[in-house]
Every structure is written in structure tokens, then in C-alpha cells.
Design a protein around this ligand. Structure first.
Ligand SMILES: [Cu+2]
Length: 144
């Protein structure tokens, strides 16, 4: 979508330059492009900085560092990051772990603290809530 806007923008400038008689059409077109741009959220990615994705996590309190990056891999400062910790259970509802999320020192980074109260597979879902960026990332931890 970002690419499309980048292509449309020079085209609209070209249209204004070439046909001043059709200014009414151009005004409408520009307005709708602006609206689309405001509504469009860029897709971001949430990376797990620590712990290493493959490490075995001991039961108990755990701390994760998560980083939000844009499509170029550059950290982006987003307003909030939602993090959930759940464990699928056989024949029961998912177990839910409380997660406390606080911004870390570096831009785009967050510290998420949770408590793994049971051994097994935990799913961590991190989602970005920001007017400009959207991301939804899942990580799996094997808690021993
Ligand atoms: Cu469980």
C-alpha cells in the first residue's frame, strides 16, 4: 500500500501540472489520497531481543525485551505494545499469565515481565497499538 501511494503521488502532481483545466478532479483525487494515507497503518514487526528464541525458560518470573521495527528494520517509537501470555490446556480454557509492559530505554523497545506458573508451551503475542503502525507477532516459549 505504501508503494501504491508513492506511485500515485507523482502521478497526481503530473496531472496537476499537465491539465490545469481539470483542477476540480485533481482536488478530489488529492483529498481521497490524503484520507487513505491517514487511515493506512504501516506494518511493523516485533522482534524478541531477549531471551534468545530457542533458550529453555525456567518456570517462574520471566523478563522479555521486545523491539518494534519498521519494514526497513529500523526501530520505531510506538505508543504502546500489548503483550499477552497464554498456555493452551487440554480440555480446559487457556491459562493466562499477567504481563506487565513498560517502555525500555531504547526507542521502540519494551520490557515485558510475566510469570510462567507451569511447565510447557507458552504463547506470547505482542501487538502494536499505534495510529501509524500495526503489528501482531507470536512467540513460543518452552518452559521447563
Ligand atoms: Cu497450564
Amino acid at each position: 500500500m505504501k508503494k501504491l501511494i508513492l506511485i500515485l503521488l507523482p502521478l497526481s502532481l503530473l496531472a496537476i501540472a499537465c491539465s490545469p483545466a481539470q483542477s476540480d478532479t485533481n482536488v478530489t483525487f488529492t483529498a481521497s489520497t490524503e484520507k487513505a494515507q491517514n487511515k493506512q497503518a504501516n506494518t511493523a514487526t516485533v522482534n524478541l531481543v531477549s531471551p534468545e528464541p530457542q533458550t529453555e525458560i525456567p518456570m517462574g518470573e520471566a523478563e522479555m525485551i521486545l523491539e518494534v521495527v519498521d519494514s526497513n528494520g529500523e526501530p520505531v517509537k510506538v505508543e504502546t505494545l500489548d503483550v499477552s501470555a497464554t498456555m493452551p490446556m487440554d480440555g480446559m480454557e487457556d491459562m493466562i499469565g499477567n504481563v506487565e509492559v513498560t517502555p525500555a530505554d531504547e526507542p521502540g523497545r519494551f520490557k515485558a515481565t510475566t510469570y510462567f506458573g507451569m511447565q510447557g508451551t507458552w504463547n506470547i503475542v505482542a501487538s502494536v497499538k499505534d495510529p501509524q503502525y500495526q503489528a501482531n507477532q507470536e512467540f513460543t516459549f518452552e518452559v521447563k
